[in-house]
Structure formats: structure tokens, C-alpha cells
Design a protein around this ligand. Sequence first.
Ligand code: 2P0
Length: 333
Amino acid sequence: MKKANVIDRIFHGGLPASPRNQKGLAFAPTNIALCKYWGKRDIELNLPVTSSLSIALPDKGTMTYLSLQDKATDTILVNDEEIALTTPFAERLVCYLDLFRPKKNWHLHIDIKINIPIAAGLASSASGFASLVAALNDLGAWSLTKQQLSILARLGSGSAARSFWMGFVEWNAGVQSDGMDSFAMPLDIEWPELRVGILTLSNKEKPISSREAMQRTVNSSVLYSAWPKKIAQDLAILKQAIHVKNFSLLAGTAESNALTMHATMLSSWPPICYSLPETLAAMRKVWELRHEGLEVYFTQDAGPNLKLLFLEKNQAELTEAFPDMEVISVFEG
Ligand code: 2P0
């Protein structure tokens, strides 16, 4: 199954020849997975092996402004800087756009504003593809549902499927080969006291993209066969913890999930290790603080930086322990 076949299914074979409006815009938040997406059952459609669960960072994300332009090419600006169409970033974006204009008969001025510190590994592709497809929906007056947008954004980047809602979001892996049952949905529960602390520990470039790293893990890690079972357990525990507002159960499960994901990477060949000495030092500090009775946990994605999880009541103490940390009130954006 190709991406174009999925587009056909969403538009029932009737993809409009050109957009109805001159302009479109949309914002999408980035998201941090508490239960990670790591491994695909279908590489072309970014269909995951397992379901995942994330939390949105309300003020961090991507705003995409689209306007039709009378030129034979697109122009792309990221934070006011024009990006050459020959860069991998622009090629990936244009390739995605071409899914919606198979005849290449219209072109766009694409103005992307990202307020995420890219170096912090905050999944810019997630909010990027989600905001792009939501802006296209606005431009084309397609009136697609968020469920449909989630499916379309997934074709650009898997984690983008989760970036259409605030709060807790679950992406159901689905079982169908066309992925029409693989989309995200919000969990209708708020937790105003919850905090995420972004700990930027290094600005060094990633040694390997998450896309390549997850594939290598699936192909070579002997531990990967245990991953679906771990996810099933963690997802059930996380949902229960959210339901009863048990913070240590929620955050402890998220930390264990992240460490298990990194363990599968370490056991891949060639090995993948996103952690730096600074990462391990911060992990040890979190464990020490916890040992002393402070309720703080971490999660880590495909990069060396950590996101701390804690409650409002411990914010002052943690800001003192980690002065450079950026604190996000996830339900008060
Ligand atoms: C996640 N990550 O659940 C996991 C945890 C990184 C570590 O989703 O190939 O950029 O575009 O589908 O979405 C990063 O993977 O990968 C990711 P593609 P994506 O947030």
C-alpha cells in the first residue's frame, strides 16, 4: 500500500484539483511520549508496531502559514530564513506536499514558525507535519476531521499523528494494512498540577535520526521482541494512573518505558546510544533526589536531553536543583 492510496481513501478518490482558499494556517503542539512509539510494522505508511501515549506541550510547537503563489515552485521559510529546496528538510516537505497535488499544478509560499529548541529533541517533525496538514485542510477547505488529519500527518511522521490535541493523547497502533485504524485520540482527563521540565544538556547533533534508529532496532536488537509486551503493560498502567491521578505510578512507568526503549537501542548493532555523560549525570541526580524523597522522574527521546516529570508542589525545589530547566505547565497553556 502506498501513501497515495491512503489519500484516495480519505478523499474517496476525489482529491480536489486545487485549493479552494488563497491562504491557510494552523498551529500544532509538540508532544512528549510517556509510552514510546519505537518500531514500524509498515515503513511506507509509518504504521507502528505498538500503540503509544503522549502529553502535549501547549505553547511549544509549529505554526504554518500557507499561501498560494503564482510560481512554478514552492518557497519555504523557517523562522524567517529561506530554506533551499535541495536540502533534505525541504525535499521531505515538498515530497509530502506532492501527495496532495499529484499534477504539481499549484505552488505554495510556506512560512513555518517553530518555537521549539530543536536541539532539545522535542520532536519538531511531529508538530511540523501536524501543523502542515492542518494548514492544508484550512487552505483547501477540506473540512476533514482530526481523526482523518491524524492519519494524514502520520504519513509524514509517525509521532505527528498525536499532535492534534492538548493533554494526554493515545495513538492506537491499529491492525489494518491500510492504516485507516491507526490514528490518535485524546484522553478526556486534565491534570493541572502536572509539570514537564525540559533539561537541555547538549546541543550536539544527533548521531543517527530516530527514523533510522528505530529501524535498526527492529532489525537487530534481540531485546526488541520484548518491547510489545512492555508497551501493553505500560499503556494499561499509565491509563490507570491517569484515571486515578497516581503521579508516582504515571511518572515511574514513563521513566521505565523510556529506559527500556534505550535498552533496545543499546542492544542493536551497530549500537545506538543517544545518552551523553551529561545525560547519565542528570539521570543519577534525579535518582538521588528521588532517593531523598523528592518525587521526580524523567523521560528521554531520541536525543541526549531529558524531560523531567513532577508536580507543581515540587517545582520550586526542582528549579533550584536544575536552574537551567524550562518548566511547562502542560494543562495551563
Ligand atoms: C515517540 N520518538 O514516541 C518516539 C520516542 C522518538 C523516541 O516518535 O519515522 O520522528 O517520522 O515516523 O515520529 C520519533 O519518531 O519517526 C518518535 P517517523 P518520528 O515520540
